[in-house]
Write a protein that binds this ligand. Structure first.
Ligand SMILES: [Zn+2]
Length: 987
């Protein structure tokens, strides 16, 4: 497509004007925002980028949506601040630099071949800070070239000393409030990096989730322990056997002075959880099959049996089987019974033993003893233990059903106790008697560190945590969430859930870039913890720099005053040696911009960053500084595939900008989907964007070349002109409504495609009137009126071409800061909109008849109903809409109310037709009729008969009242006329 010389020419043209306008915006400081009390402010931020790699198109969507939002608000008269910073904190940058230093060939290929980093740059990038600065510059350049309306004066990185001081203040505040705690704690950990691992450190950015398992010690006759890990210790009473993976390797080991058998994989994991483990010998899983173990609670002897679903890399690699209450266990038991002879022979077991095992019910649900797992596995037709996904989902269902409504059955010592309570009691009982111990495991495993090592759980002493589990704090966060506007609203539930399940979270690491904990400088605050209130920093950093305030003066008292208004400014001024005017100016800037009016981010940040954002604002700031709204969007797909580095289907921003103009990239991504849907970036989409931009450009240019119109009196406007103008007004009002709710795709469709079609339709109707000089002036006037508004409404989406067109029509200043073409409802004359709908429908009807008969019409006769008939229709539609009557009920009701005998007769004769017709009226027309928008069908058609003839490709259109005695009606059609649906006769 880009090979087509005309397309290429246009693309080249766009690229040229883009750099021109970007330069002008920069030179004229168009997007630098300072406090201006005369305007309402709008402070908009977006999750800042992490520069450990260049950005690809997947990143562009969130920033582009934010930019549209910022630009729209600016044009709506807000003083908009849209700043940007760069997040250097943490280990990913370190890890990246180390991988380059190691010469990791995948990474080198990705950077040089995909991202286009020059090979000779690589040695420099082995220094983490240089690497971050390099990608920082590249990302920034991409943002400038994409036309983002950012105030770059406020740019900072999270390793700037001023920022460090700000974060120190934040952490001192959190600690003061008791939200920072220390302790020994199990945390996700990479044994190869020797570092705790959070979402930012993992491949594909998944947060590793740690769960606590009870490990129950079953024993062989010689006392050797077969430890089984379970989340449901209360089911110990329903154990029928143990499962072992016959193909896995197990070891006999001395574990905390007991002899244990565990999978080989479990050895290292236990060591990381402070168990002393010494391997004595190795055994194959199959060697253990057929042995009997003692259930420490029931003293029953149960056999060890083979099951392939057992994962040796999960906890100890041995599990207990509770077929009545665990779907996996029941499925494995079924499998085993089906092959009982074969298994018995293979492992030398009596076949009877296998056959005799039956699920043992120990839980009642809704007071009936139930083998819930059996019921579910049968109901969903699970055939074998290899149906992993289905079994996992059934497991979740059974577990939550039994947790919610289950009660222990009479055959257990906990008869009558709820499952929930029994679980805690059994656990306590087992551990206190030495029958069980605790082991932690990653539940959403496998999770991989960016270094490709599998993440495990490590128990680390003296860790620092942010305590999101603190109930007092949770209550504040809930309150904060209640007050914030979430767009789109359906995502609110996820915030609510996150607040509930969040617990304490490690907040500092022993290495990485960032801010040191102010009270323990061995620790560096990690990346999801130093990015929760940084939006406040944008409001003041440029003033700190402008006034040359050195970092050492940015003390806690400084931030207390600036951000919270605490303390006496005179005293502070004396103490810090900063003039009071300066302190007051900085404080004023903060209070002017804060709170943040809109926070944008991708949907992956809801369960972490965005929720932390609420927590931390609620903890530190007074209520009037809490966030106002949060906007969340979905992914970008590439030809319907999720973009990922591992799939190799990424388009770096740099490459995209080498090929395509920024406006095309923006339009393609913005038009692809509404907020929460995933947006597909496809060649088809690119073509469509280039096509509409070039058509629109050509059309507006054509209008501009016609020259500016002279003065025109409103009485000179024709019916057709008025219809066009009012349609455009309504369209602009709709675009405004969509944008205000960030229904961006809908706004784009209307601003580009609908608007283009409206203008083209108008032009085709009036084209042959241009020979009349006066008429030509009026048409020019109408067109200029429309393009002036059109250029403004496209400015938020494709700002460069909008500026260029704006300069072509000699618009004042930059269109980026021109006023949005506000249309108030009372400025729209809806009678023209209704007339347009009416004519469109009539043309459709006639065209359908013409198509059906297959003959070319020469004359078209139209017979219209009377105004009183329209009144009947209005009443019917009114009843349908307000009283929720059916069409038939509404028509009958209206008929019963009609006083006039003739009118009653008219409707009575047409009952059936009328009812059928009513339901076919399109929405907009129906609404306009109900609202009482006037329309005189006869004069609409009379005025428009010339245009109608043109639209219908016939020589003449003749309009009659249906009962006009003079009418020409050879086929007797006129009696079929209904209000807003005239009868037709075609010759
Ligand atoms: Zn690692």
């Amino acid at each position: 497509m880009l090979h087509d010389p005309r397309v290429r020419g246009f693309v080249e043209y766009l690229r040229k004007i883009e750099s021109k306008w970007q330069r002008k915006w920069m030179e004229e400081r168009v997007f630098e925002a300072d406090p201006d009390p005369s305007k309402p402010k709008f402070f908009i931020t977006v999750a800042f980028p992490y520069p450990n790699a260049p950005q690809h198109l997947g990143h562009v969507r969130t920033y582009s949506i934010t930019d549209v939002h910022a630009r729209y608000r600016r044009m709506k008269g807000y003083n908009v601040l849209f700043p940007m910073g760069f997040h250097y904190t943490g280990t990913p940058i370190l890890a990246m630099a180390r991988r380059i230093a190691r010469g990791d060939s995948d990474l080198v290929w990705l950077l040089t071949e995909v991202y286009g980093v020059p090979k000779e740059k690589l040695p420099e990038l082995t220094d983490p800070l240089k690497l971050a600065r390099y990608f920082h510059q590249e990302i920034k350049e991409g943002m400038i070239r994409l036309g983002y309306s950012i105030d770059w004066r406020r740019e900072f990185t999270t390793v700037d000393p001023e920022f460090n001081k700000f974060i120190e203040w934040q952490f001192l505040k959190l600690r003061e409030k008791g939200f920072i705690v220390s302790g020994t704690y199990p945390i996700p950990y990479c044994p190869s990096c020797e570092n705790p691992v959070g979402m930012h450190d993992t491949e594909d950015d998944v947060e590793p989730e740690v769960a606590e398992f009870t490990v129950i010690k079953f024993r062989l006759e010689d006392g050797t322990v077969l430890p089984v890990a379970t989340l449901r210790p209360e089911t110990i009473f329903g154990v029928t056997n143990l499962w072992i993976n016959p193909d896995a390797t197990y070891v006999v080991a001395d574990v905390n002075q007991e002899r244990w058998i565990i999978s080989r994989e479990a050895v290292e994991k236990l060591k990381h959880q402070n168990y002393s483990v010494e391997i004595l010998s190795e055994v194959r899983g199959s060697d253990l099959i057929g042995k009997f173990v003692l259930n420490p609670v029931t003293n029953e002897k149960v056999p060890v049996l083979p099951a392939t679903f057992v994962d040796p890399d999960f906890a100890t690699g041995i599990v207990m089987s509770v077929p009545a209450h665990a779907p996996f266990d029941y499925a494995a038991l079924k499998d085993l019974k089906q092959r009982s002879r074969e298994v018995a022979e293979k492992y030398g077991l009596p076949e009877e033993l296998i056959k005799s095992i039956e699920p043992k019910i120990i839980i009642k649900v809704d007071s009936t003893p139930k083998a819930t797992a059996v019921e579910y596995v049968e109901k969903y037709g699970i055939k074998s233990q290899s149906e992993k996904l289905a079994l996992e989902s059934l497991t979740r269902e059974v577990y939550s059903l039994e947790l919610l409504r289950g009660v222990m059955h009479d055959n257990t010592p906990y008869a009558g106790t709820s499952v929930k309570d029994a679980r805690e009691k059994v656990k306590e009982d087992l551990t206190s008697r030495g029958y069980a111990t605790i082991v932690y495991e990653i539940v959403n495993r496998p999770v991989f560190c960016r270094c490709k090592t599998k993440v495990i759980v490590k128990i680390l002493p003296d860790q620092w945590f942010i305590d999101y589990g603190n109930e007092k704090w949770k209550e504040l966060a809930r309150e904060c969430l209640r007050k914030v506007n979430i767009i789109p609203p359906e995502i609110r539930k996820e915030f609510e859930n996150t607040i509930e399940w969040l617990r304490r979270r490690p907040c500092a690491r022993k290495r990485g870039l960032g801010t040191k904990l102010p009270w323990d400088r061995r620790w560096v605050i990690e990346s999801l913890s130093d990015s929760t209130i940084y939006m406040a920093f944008y409001t003041i950093i440029h003033l700190i720099r402008k006034n040359r305030i050195p970092p050492e003066k940015l003390t806690p008292e400084f931030f207390d005053y600036i951000l919270l208004g605490i303390g006496d400014v005179e005293e502070l001024s004396k103490k810090l040696g900063i003039p009071t005017e300066v302190l007051e100016e900085i404080r004023r800037e903060f209070t002017y911009w804060y709170p943040c009016d809109a926070r944008h981010s991708g949907k992956d940040l809801v369960p972490n960053h965005l929720t932390f954002y609420l927590f931390n604002h609620a903890a530190i700031f007074p209520e009037d500084k809490w966030p106002r709204s949060i906007v969340v969007n979905g992914w970008v797909l590439l030809e319907k595939q999720k973009m990922s580095k591992s799939k190799g289907n990424i388009i770096p921003v740099r490459k995209a900008l080498e090929l395509l103009p920024a406006d095309v990239i923006r339009l393609t991504i913005l038009s692809a989907a509404e907020l929460m849907q995933d947006a597909d970036f496809s060649l088809e989409g690119v073509k469509t964007s280039i096509d509409i931009l070039s058509k629109m450009y050509t059309l507006i240019r054509k209008v501009v070349e016609m020259g500016r119109p002279g003065p025109v009196k409103s009485t000179e406007l024709t019916y057709c002109d008025k219809i066009f103008i009012n349609k455009v007004k309504l369209l602009i009002k709709e675009i405004d409504e969509s944008l205000s709710r960030l229904r961006i795709r809908d706004a784009v469709q209307k601003a580009y495609f609908s608007m283009y079609n409206f203008v083209m339709d108008y032009l085709s109707l009036v084209e042959d009137e241009m020979s009349d000089e006066r008429r030509r002036e009026v048409i020019k006037y109408v067109l200029w009126y429309v393009i002036d508004k059109w250029i403004r409404v496209i400015a938020p989406f494709t700002p460069h071409i909008a500026e260029e067109l704006w300069s072509m029509i000699d618009g004042e200043g930059f269109v980026s800061i021109a006023r949005w073409p506000e249309v108030r409802d009372e400025e729209i004359d809806y009678s023209y909109v209704l007339a347009d709908e009416y004519i469109k429908r009539l043309v459709d009807d006639i065209s359908a008849v013409v198509r059906a008969t297959g003959k070319k019409p020469s004359r078209v006769f139209i017979y219209v109903a009377k105004r009183e008939h329209l009144e009947l229709l209005r009443k019917v539609l009114h009843y349908i809409s307000t009283e929720k009557l059916s069409a038939s009920e509404a028509v009958r009701k209206v008929l019963s109310e009609v006083k006039d005998r003739e009118l009653k007769k008219w409707l009575g004769e047409r009952m059936k037709k009328f009812i059928e017709y009513v339901v076919t009226i399109p929405e907009l027309m129906r609404d306009l009729v109900i609202r009482g928008v006037p329309i005189d069908e006869y004069s609409v058609l009379k005025e428009g008969s010339k245009y109608l003839a043109k639209l219908l490709h016939c020589s003449e259109v003749i309009v009659y009242h249906y009962d006009d005695p003079e009418r020409y009606d050879p086929a007797g059609r006129s009696k079929l006329a209904l209000p807003l649906r005239p009868a037709i006769y075609i010759e």
